[in-house]
Design a protein. Structure first.
Length: 143
């Protein structure tokens, strides 16, 4: 296992164990964080742990109960780590379950995470965040 892969694995483990401080300690002070465009927490490029907490972690915890980012396959090459996984949780206001795949691309330098880029199923997010069960789920136009 590479050091880079270990660092990323530690990040997911810390969040799963309810220890965000340990996860944040793995981030470089000027870490670049990019959520997928059209995802609910996209804010462009976010720099630094405090900004990440304010724009991503706190809003997710506000909106979802039992939220998890569960890694599956992990591929490391040099300072890059790709993680294929799944987001799950229950939206607090409408009770809908989230089940969205993701690919996270991480860059690790000098044993700190310097960059995160998210790719995710934004349609699954949109359907989960629909205001009520009466709102029709969004479907691609070609179906």
């Amino acid at each position: 296992m590479s050091v880079e892969r270990d660092i990323v694995t530690q990040f997911y483990s810390a969040l799963t164990e309810g220890d965000p401080e340990s996860a944040l300690a793995l981030l470089h002070p000027s870490v670049s964080w990019i959520e997928a465009m059209h995802s609910p927490y996209w804010a462009g490029e976010v720099i630094g742990a405090e900004a990440i907490v304010d724009t991503v972690f706190n809003p997710i915890n506000r909106d979802f109960a039992a939220f998890r980012a569960t890694p599956g396959e992990i591929i490391a090459s040099g300072d890059q780590v790709a993680v294929f996984g799944k987001y799950t949780g229950v939206h607090r206001s409408n009770g809908k379950a989230l089940d969205a795949t993701f690919v996270h691309l991480w860059t690790v330098e000098d044993e700190l995470i310097t960059r995160f880029v998210q790719h995710t199923d934004t349609l699954a997010w949109a359907n989960t965040l629909a205001a009520s069960a009466q709102v029709r789920e969004m479907r691609p136009a070609f179906f």
